[in-house]
Write a protein that binds this ligand. Structure first.
Ligand code: 4AD
Ligand code: MG
Length: 438
């Protein structure tokens, strides 16, 4: 019997097992709020109606003790969960010492130190349940569209994104890295299956201490043969709309616990605005010039060629009420594998998808360079070790084909959907530059 089944059992005597979320003991009555993972229910313990030993046990209980609670189910609109148990029996399964996390404000470092216990808190449970639903929605979306899931290696000898953010390890005497992306491997599976995706943990030794950066995060990376950059954005748009709609449909109670303003998510419908990098920079600089006219303004023009930072991304997303694509960035600001834009070779056929409300880049995607010589030139330009990419270059030697794909950051996406200020709460055990524990 679980708590979520109680509404079907009015008047019955049932036993539920779980942990004590809160406990109030008065002279003649005690209230135990039990959490079992499916819901919460309040048990009412009335001294005069119970044998002494049960009452004594009830008064000795502590927060987060694990117990079996037996009682009669009663509908009560005021009770959390809509039902109450009139307690007839209590069994102690696992007593709890004084629980470190009390129903009061704790500092975030303290909470992160106790992440293994913090997971039990209402908001943390709500956020992680949304994460789980989003993961399921991702698999469903791609499965329904005939994508084949390809699991890509975590230990690799090739640099996936950039040399600057690698976790390096010794692989029996060989240099190895933790994967920054599964993309290069997913690309190899596209000629086998046409539409594929990988979904796994990825690693970036980024020294960024921001609310959007983890050193270990989960990324979903679809790769599609014969898709160009525009098709790629179409797919991202459909994908993000599907995932958000699913969260709205199935995670109402969790979004309520998180006090998420869901009207911000209801506007996530196609089409998403699409603005080129160059247009975005022009508009940013027009705004900055207007602001600079004000006395004491620190506004500097944004230099064409640089990658957009969090500040620019927030400004650009503020122009729209839904996610916005910024496409065709300067080549030197982006990874080596992106296809040169034939209409403007200073740029690549790529896009970022920026989430609203300052959540920044949730997707990075591109058409891939399918020309062997141009790809080699880029690898050399970036001073990447050419010999590590022989297999990747083979893809351009044996039946090269136009293809595109993208990577969606799971924690950033769930951070935005749940409206939480920092993405570290949307992964069960965050890895941050100063945190490897728990
Ligand atoms: O833009 P990125 O670096 O793209 C890639 O890795 C490509 N290989 C994807 C592809 O085309 N298959 O990363 C993709 C996404 C970002 O948009 C962001 O959402 C997330 O991964 N991301 C991070 N999330 C948390 N912490 C970090 N340090 C992140 N770095 C990237
Ligand atoms: Mg990116």
């Amino acid at each position: 019997m679980t708590i979520k089944d109680l509404p079907q059992r009015p008047g019955e005597t049932v036993t539920v097992t779980g942990w004590i979320a809160t406990l109030r003991v008065h002279a003649r009555v005690a209230f135990i709020v039990l959490r079992d993972g499916t819901g919460v229910v309040q048990g009412v313990v009335v001294k005069s109606q119970l044998p002494d030993d049960i009452w004594e046990l009830a008064t000795a209980l502590t927060q987060e003790s694990c117990i079996a609670l037996t009682g009669v189910v009663r509908a009560d609109a005021r009770a959390p969960g809509g039902h109450e148990l009139t307690v007839t029996g209590i069994e102690l399964i696992g007593a709890s010492e004084e629980f470190p996390i009390q129903p009061k404000e704790h500092g975030v470092e303290f909470l992160l130190d106790h992440r293994h216990l913090w997971l039990r808190s209402n908001r943390q449970r709500a956020g992680l349940r949304v994460r789980a639903e989003v993961e399921q929605a991702i698999h469903d979306f791609l499965y329904e569209r005939d994508f084949v899931r390809i699991d890509t290696p975590i230990l690799t000898g090739s640099i996936g994104e950039s040399a600057g953010t690698l976790f390096e390890t010794d692989y029996f005497g060989e240099r190895a890295f933790l994967a920054q992306t599964g993309q290069l491997y997913a690309e190899c599976a596209a000629p086998a299956f046409r539409k594929v995706y990988c979904f796994g943990p990825t690693f970036r030794a980024e020294k960024s201490k921001t609310r959007r950066h983890l050193t270990e995060f989960w990324m979903i990376e679809p790769e599609v043969a014969f898709a160009d950059s525009d098709d790629n954005m179409d797919l991202q748009e459909e994908f993000v709309c599907y995932v958000v709609a699913r969260a709205l449909e199935r995670c109402g109670p969790e979004l309520e616990v998180l006090e998420r303003d869901v009207s911000m998510l209801e506007s996530v419908r196609p089409p998403f605005p699409r603005i080129s990098y160059s247009e975005a920079v022009e508009r940013l600089n027009a705004e900055r010039a207007a602001a600079a006219a004000a006395p004491d303004s620190p506004a500097h023009p944004f230099e064409w060629g640089r990658d957009l930072g969090a500040v620019e991304e927030t400004t650009i997303s503020s122009w729209f009420d839904r996610p916005v694509f910024v496409y065709n960035y300067p080549r030197e600001a982006k990874a080596f594998y992106m296809k040169e834009n034939p209409d403007d070779p200073r740029t690549a056929l790529c896009n970022d998808l920026l989430a609203p409300e300052g959540y920044g880049e949730i997707i990075g995607g591109s058409q891939r360079e399918d020309d062997l010589d141009r790809l080699l030139a880029r690898i050399r330009e970036e001073r990447l070790p050419e010999e590590a990419y022989d297999w990747y270059l083979d893809l351009r030697r044996y039946g090269t084909f136009p293809h595109s794909g993208f990577g969606l950051g799971l924690e950033r996406t769930v951070g935005w959907i749940t409206g939480r200020p920092h993405i570290r709460e949307l992964v069960p055990f965050p890895r941050l530059i100063n945190r490897l524990k728990p």
